[in-house]
Design a protein around this ligand. Sequence first.
Ligand code: ADP
Length: 270
Amino acid sequence: MANTPRAALNDLKRIVIKVGTSTLMYPTGGINLQRIEKLAFVLTDLRNQGKEVILVSSGAIGVGCHCLKLNERPTSIPQQQAVAAVGQSELMTLYSKFFSEYTQVVGQVLLTRDVLDYPESRENVTNTFQQLLAMGIIPIVNENDTVAIDELDHQTKFGDNDSLSALVAEITQADLLIMLSDIDGFYDKNPTIHDDARLFSTIHAITDELLLLAGGNGSRFGTGGMITKLKAADHVLNQQSQMVLANGVDPMIIFKIMTGEKVGTHFYRK
Ligand code: ADP
């Protein structure tokens, strides 16, 4: 809602991009190949500009449902894990195919929350990212659904890739997190329900009042919704980094974000 122009983000070097399931899948449950192809084009171009790029991608369960011809997400955890195992390898096959069209090499990184709690594992994860980036590879990160479970005494699960992307931004000390969703940014109320919802262009702090404006999630296969995106933004702001939440309907929007065009919601400390 603020009217000041955006600063260009072109000088930022290390960028994490998170795509939600709604960006990768059609509402019918089919895989959006056009979008995955465009994403591969844009991210490779950023690499060619000399940036370091990390992709955090949801979609394993959505793609798995598509491969197994399931009309809806299964409810039991083992079923979801099985579907994710099928979907994750298919998703990586698609990414490898599209990125290789632009001669960009990608590497798969699967994480669980607890690796970040143990200094040794955390160091291993950090070293892997550093090495991949030093070799010009784009890491494609997802949660390791086979081992990730959420128990009271031993939390291994991120729960959603919004928080995973914020943690990846922290571990890699990224300059910017770009979160692509099915909505233009963060509004003062859920715009899929309220016609008069107004977009926040910039946000400098995540307050309790803002959290109250984030309603439930809207997409069929997505899980996080706005609360997890605001929490991710809070995490990023606490790391003295910045985040842009924008619509992933056209991945070219990433170029607009980098040149400071006023799209999406820009979270940064004043
Ligand atoms: P993704 O799959 O991209 O992570 P989600 O479906 O989990 O996306 O979350 C995005 C959805 O959150 C939007 O489509 C919208 O329906 C809902 N939403 C709820 N409150 C808000 C808000 N205040 N501003 C924007 N979107 C909101």
